[in-house]
Write a protein that binds this ligand. Structure first.
Ligand code: AHG
Ligand code: MN
Ligand code: MN
Length: 336
């Protein structure tokens, strides 16, 4: 019998390319994995441990918080704040940054996360996930400020997500391809189960929340209309549609068998001053990094997501990502 490649041994190997021989990066990924294992355990136990349902509060986004949104955020903080790997943490569930406590060692990384993505699905026992993005902390800065986090996605050191589905899977890029690890619950380790994941360039599967159709901008309306015409229309082939309402699950499907995922800006969002629904720093950027590393494309209308200079920590943007040829086609419709 063999142990296989654990997440830790994999990261130890990768770390050499990232920052010499220091163990900080490995430690940081371990902290994240520990939080994800605990969240996986709670998601799995659900009603048995009274973690389903909502709390009587909204977050900085003005969205109703689920109990597990709050708990997952606390678990990320607990796993990360005291180990000397991060300098500060930003999360969907916190308006401001979380700094390491007084007396704790300050690390060399900044972490951004969506502690529980797709949380509207948690009460109905459908897949949810955790998304994370890692940036380098500025040199010599004692307490990083929000401005230190506002870096374009191309500056990410690593990004990943943990999918709490029928199996719990951690998918990771350090800028050298995409690898997937599956949690062995009995053994308590994430074990490498896929390497060099690639997204097929072509697809006949799209994902969009079609209930927003009447608010779409013309390029999105045109793209979807052409897909819906199938073999009888200009595309000359039939399309299939999926919508899980957990971006983590949609991206995982696209990494597995291709596809295009869209959460475009629309007139309904613009009417309330929002450019899009999804958040640039801890949803769009990490997913764009993963998708690009798997050979796919990720754009905001016609622009590469990872080149956007962020203005705000909780900035929202339109997101289109997945199989290269489909995403490029949609992006080209924004240019005509
Ligand atoms: P979160 O649960 O972190 O707020 O994110 C939910 C996001 C994303 O995962 C999903 O694709 C989308 O919101 C679903 O939006 P609709 O409810 O509009 O379909
Ligand atoms: Mn989310
Ligand atoms: Mn969330």
């Amino acid at each position: 019998m063999r142990i296989g490649t654990t997440l830790t041994s994999y990261i130890l190997r990768k770390q050499r390319d990232i920052e010499g021989a220091s163990g900080t990066f490995t430690g940081l990924l371990n902290d994240i994995a520990v939080a994800c294992k605990k969240i996986a355990d709670l998601v799995n136990k659900g009603d048995l441990v009274n973690v389903l349902g909502s709390v009587d509060a909204t977050n900085v986004q003005g969205e109703q918080q689920k109990k597990l949104d709050v708990i997952s955020n606390q678990l990320m903080i607990e796993a990360l704040e005291g180990n000397g790997h991060i300098a500060a943490l930003a999360s969907e569930e916190m308006e401001d940054l979380h700094h390491v406590p007084d007396g704790a060692r300050r690390g060399r990384y900044l972490l951004l996360c969506d502690p529980l993505d797709g949380s509207s699905n948690v009460d109905v026992n459908v897949s949810v996930g955790t998304i994370f993005s890692i940036l380098r902390a500025p040199e010599g800065v004692e307490a990083p400020q929000i401005a230190d986090f506002l870096k374009p996605g191309v500056e990410q050191i690593a990004a990943g997500y943990c999918l709490y589905g029928p199996s719990t899977m951690l998918v990771l890029t350090t800028g050298d391809g995409v690898s997937a690890f599956t949690l062995d619950r009995d053994f308590g380790e994430f074990l490498l189960t896929k390497e060099n994941i690639t997204i097929p360039a072509d697809t006949a599967e799209f994902a969009i929340n079609a209930s927003n159709q009447r608010f779409w901008e013309p390029p999105v309306a045109r793209y979807i209309e052409e897909c819906l015409q199938g073999a009888d229309g200009p595309r000359g082939k039939n399309f299939n549609m999926r919508w899980v309402a957990s971006m983590v699950a949609e991206v995982h499907r696209i990494l597995t068998r291709g596809g295009i995922f869209m959460y475009p800006g629309d007139k309904r969002l613009k009417a309330v001053g929002k450019a899009g629904k999804l958040r640039l720093m801890y949803e769009a950027n990490p997913m764009a990094f993963i998708v690009e590393q798997a050979g796919g494309t990720a754009v905001c209308d016609g622009q590469r997501i990872m080149e956007i200079q962020p203005d705000e920590l909780h900035q929202r943007i339109p997101v289109m990502l997945g199989s290269r040829n489909e995403v490029e086609r949609l992006a080209s419709y924004f240019q005509t």
